[in-house]
Write a protein that binds this ligand. Structure first.
Ligand code: MG
Length: 367
């Protein structure tokens, strides 16, 4: 089987709740997503999606994804999409770095591999654990009162884990955490994600001020070293996200005992092939995981669901259903949450049927 054509579609994904705000005054109202389609000479087609959280979150941006795909696509024509090892070697040989560019291509090839095998991806990624898995809800940075209200609303819809977007001024962030902690229930989990937004002295003031609360602290500062400094001065459970962008970063952080949980984003690592390596290492090392991506619609949500559903529940801290945050559906049979839980699709591969009316004409074709 050979890759015959690589196409990319662009999709605007507006948000159900309006602007999504996070640290540093960053905000996104409409996500710019890229969906890759790979066609083979044997009639199978696979899909993958990449959707950066705007251009100011990681070294990744939406137009860059499409430019990067145009750069490496010609080197992939003629390769067997089922041979994920050689495929990833070829991508890394033709473009250094840029994991987010490679992620949708890797996922589309996994989709083809699953279809060829007649198996859903979660079966090929380790096997399905139970009926479904647990989700969190991201709470956009708003006033402390509004954020507590949003936690209550989503709690009523079945969510039990809430990630508060903090990382602005210290006094308001402390209130955000305090107000939200008053509306969560026993057994719920609360995460304060600063998205690199605090300097070390800010982070120290926040963790001391909320020391009596059961809250996880996620990526308080910009660099790994700053985060490690806070980690060593707090007894809150600690999550690293932006700093864990490779296996090398994970192994270093594990050696330093720098976190209890990582946030594993598929496109940050370069696709399912590398995300599975990191996932399996974390299971063996006893590191909890939030399994997700930077953002996306149905295709991203399906890829996340297959990786999360094939992760031992003891190691899966939480996951996410990005397609419930956006108003546009790019597949006809999207995975949909029930309460605060989601299941991976049961069809072969990603198990999604794309909606051609929504995808429209490709913005890029390599053949
Ligand atoms: Mg995070």
């Amino acid at each position: 089987m050979k890759i015959r054509r690589i196409s990319a579609y662009q999709a605007d994904l507006p948000l159900v709740e309006g602007p999504y705000n996070w640290s540093g005054g960053n905000t996104v109202t409409v996500f710019d997503s890229t969906i890759v389609r790979i066609d083979t000479d044997e009639g199978l087609s696979g899909y993958g999606e990449v959707c950066p959280l705007g251009p100011a979150y990681l070294p990744a941006y939406a137009a860059g994804a499409r430019t990067g795909i145009a750069e490496i696509g010609p080197a992939l024509l003629g390769l067997d999409p089922r041979a994920l090892g050689p495929l990833n070697e070829a991508m890394d040989a033709s473009l250094k770095g840029h994991p987010y560019v490679k992620s949708p291509i890797d996922v589309a090839c996994w989709d083809i591999l699953g279809q060829a095998a007649g198996l859903p991806l979660c079966e090929m990624l380790g096997g399905r654990y139970g009926d479904d898995f647990v989700l969190y809800r991201a709470i956009s940075q708003e006033t402390p009162e509004r954020m507590a209200e949003l936690v209550s609303t989503h709690r009523a819809a079945g969510y039990t884990r809430f990630q508060l977007k903090v990382g602005s001024d210290v006094a308001t962030d402390i209130q955000r955490i305090r107000f939200a902690s008053e509306v969560v229930g026993d057994g719920d989990r609360l995460i304060a994600d600063a998205n690199t937004g605090w300097l070390m002295h800010d982070a120290m003031r926040v963790v001391r001020a909320v020391r009596d609360l059961d809250v996880y602290i996620e990526q308080p500062c910009a660099s790994y070293e700053e985060c490690l400094s806070i980690r060593r001065r707090t007894d809150h459970p600690f999550v690293l996200d932006e700093s864990i962008d490779s296996i090398r970063a994970l192994l270093r952080a594990n050696g330093d005992r720098a976190m209890d949980v990582i946030n594993l984003k598929i496109s940050k690592l370069g696709g399912l092939t590398k995300a599975k390596q990191v996932r399996d290492l974390c299971v063996s090392l006893g590191i909890g995981m939030t399994i997700e991506d930077t953002w996306g619609g149905d295709f991203t949500t399906a890829a996340i669901a297959h990786l999360a559903h094939s992760t031992p529940p003891r190691a899966l801290f939480t996951s996410t259903d990005f397609n419930s945050y956006v108003t546009v559906s790019t597949a006809r049979n999207p995975p949909l949450r029930e309460g605060g839980r989601l299941a991976a699709p049961t069809g072969p591969g990603l198990g999604l049927q794309p909606d051609p009316a929504i995808l429209g004409e490709p913005v890029l074709v390599i053949d």
